[in-house]
Ligand binder design. Structure first.
Ligand code: CP
Length: 316
């Protein structure tokens, strides 16, 4: 297995099965620190640079919290408009990264352009972590999600995933790559204009992912061990900001998870949603035994601790 030390985390394509378990094991070792709200000095000599060209609540702050829990420092920006990349100069990724690499020991980047973190990694002498790139991928979120499922179910092999929402979403791409490393049956359900593209289906076929598409959630809910959701009422992920203007519409019932729908689900099925949500996941579901998105949120800090400790060479 490849070492994580010094490695970029850009995509889950090519991420090997054993590498998931290695990160899960490191996450398990670090979880008590986060659970007990303690800080350690594991990364006390290290600084994380955050370069967020698109809004984020969870991903940026979970990386920052993880770094602080491990005794490291954080610098960076959360609004590229206040940098030279976002003003008159439109400074390139290459030039920006040639600066950022001297300000810290790892860079976590969210960008509205697919492939921007990979472009950054070409020029950076320190590891680059993809915190979501356009419609591309969101590897640290999906590592969090797979860890959450593994913790809750005690396994990944043999599970049946029902994926509901916009299949253009970066999490849907990353989780599809992740599922292909396990004996997982995937069922996708999306509005026709947001369904899996022929190009992506070709990739899934090449990865031997066991999957199908259905048009009605009621056709698949009873078999699902894991219900993995994304909104279908979405901003444009190719923009640096997409302000809400006027009525954005409602989620059609077929892509909503409600308490009534969960009556048809397996009693031990889990619901994951990386959040934020619109009206596809009603608040009434929060109070059912199926909801695991708050555990997912906690694990978001733990998994980022594992990733930072690993790429910064503090844990193998
Ligand atoms: N899940 C997620 O990526 O959330 P943020 O956009 O708030 O980071």
């Amino acid at each position: 297995m490849r070492s994580f030390a010094g490695r970029d985390i850009l995509s889950l394509k090519g991420f090997e099965r054993a590498e998931y378990f290695r990160l899960f094991e490191i996450a398990d070792r670090l979880a008590p620190i986060a659970r007990d709200r303690r800080n350690t000095d594991l990364l006390k000599e290290k600084t994380l640079v955050t370069a967020f060209y698109q809004p984020s609540t969870r991903t940026r702050l979970a990386h920052e919290a993880a770094m602080l829990r491990l005794g490291g420092k954080v610098t960076g920006f959360s609004d590229a408009k206040m940098t030279r990349a976002g003003d008159f100069y439109q400074e390139s990724i290459k030039d920006t990264v040639h600066m950022l690499e001297y300000y810290g020991d790892a860079i976590v980047m969210r960008h509205f352009q697919q492939g921007a973190p990979a472009e950054a990694a070409r020029w950076s002498s320190v590891p680059v972590i993809n915190a979501g790139d356009g419609w591309g991928e969101h590897p640290t979120q999906v590592l969090t999600d797979m860890y959450t499922i593994w913790k809750e179910k005690g396994k990944l092999d043999g599970l049946n995933f029902l994926l509901i929402g916009d299949m253009r979403m970066r999490t849907m791409h990353s989780i599809s790559y992740a599922m292909s490393q396990f004996d997982i049956q995937a069922t996708y359900i999306a509005p026709p204009e947001m369904s899996l593209t022929p190009e992506f289906k070709k990739e899934l076929d090449e990865l031997n992912l066991n999957y199908r598409e259905v048009d009605q959630v009621s056709k698949a809910i009873a078999e699902a061990d894991v219900i993995y959701m994304e909104p279908v009422v979405q901003p444009d992920y190719t923009k640096s900001r997409d302000e809400r203007k006027g009525d954005v519409g409602m989620t059609p019932a077929n892509y909503q998870v409600t308490k009534a729908l969960m009556k048809k689900a397996r009693p031990d099925s889990l619901i994951l949603h990386s959040l934020p949500r619109m009206d596809e996941l009603l608040e009434e579901v929060d109070y059912t035994r199926h909801a695991r998105y708050w555990e997912e949120a906690f694990n978001g800090v733990v998994m980022r601790m594992a990733i930072l400790a690993s790429v910064l060479g503090a844990m193998e």
